[in-house]
Design a protein. Structure first.
Length: 211
């Protein structure tokens, strides 16, 4: 089916909202489980996408396929182990997106067999949501401050690495935004291998399911 670009952009919106909501809510919930009630006080322990939207990040996701949501504020001082806690909180968002993509892939597989979703546009919405969740996870796992990937490394690297991340966080953010709008194909080239790996894992899981 030949879909005009503007229509495809509109069909991406539900998937974008879903990806942002589960990503940021997972950050907040894992932080909350570790004793930090900051996300709860800010109303971020919710799947309501409105509270998680970053306008520039959403426009980037719609146009380029990768972007960001409004970061959940946390207070690592409330964690028993701040270094480990920050790493786990960062990891929660990308893992939530991969899990969300897996659920959408299962839905599409079941629909392929039973054809209970016959609307072609609804099927496209689900397909776009699946792809965007994978790209959202892979993009956020890049080890570039302030993305989640730079903080996931807190789990494995010495405490001195934390100072490096926070020192260069603003520079990393500027470089990412510049790259998004000036050289989007470079990021696409970097992200595609990760996308293919995650897609292969999801397809392998689908292959062992009894339906």
């Amino acid at each position: 089916m030949n879909i005009p670009n503007i229509t495809l952009m509109l069909l991406r919106i539900p998937g974008l909202l879903f990806a942002m909501a589960i990503h940021e809510a997972s950050h907040g919930y894992v932080s909350y489980l570790q004793g930090d009630d900051t996300p709860k006080k800010q109303g971020r322990l919710t799947l309501n996408p409105i509270v998680h939207i970053d306008i520039i990040g959403m426009i980037s996701l719609m146009l380029l396929g990768f972007g960001w949501a409004k970061p959940v504020m946390t207070d690592p001082r409330n964690y028993k182990n701040p270094k480990l806690g920050m790493g786990l909180t960062a990891l929660a968002g990308p893992l939530a997106n991969i899990f969300g993509a897996l659920l959408l892939a299962i839905l599409l597989k079941v629909n392929y067999k039973y054809n209970f979703i016959q609307n072609q546009y609804l099927n496209l919405i689900i397909e776009q949501a699946l792809q965007l969740n994978i790209f959202f996870a892979i993009f956020n796992m890049l080890p570039i401050p302030p993305l989640d990937g730079s903080k996931v490394l807190f789990i494995f690297l010495p405490a001195s690495y934390m100072n490096f991340v926070y020192r260069y966080e603003m520079i990393g953010q500027i470089l990412l935004i510049a790259c998004l709008f000036l050289a989007p194909y470079l990021l696409s080239y970097i992200l595609t291998p990760g996308y293919l790996i995650v897609s292969h894992i999801i397809n392998s899981i689908l292959g062992i399911l009894p339906f």
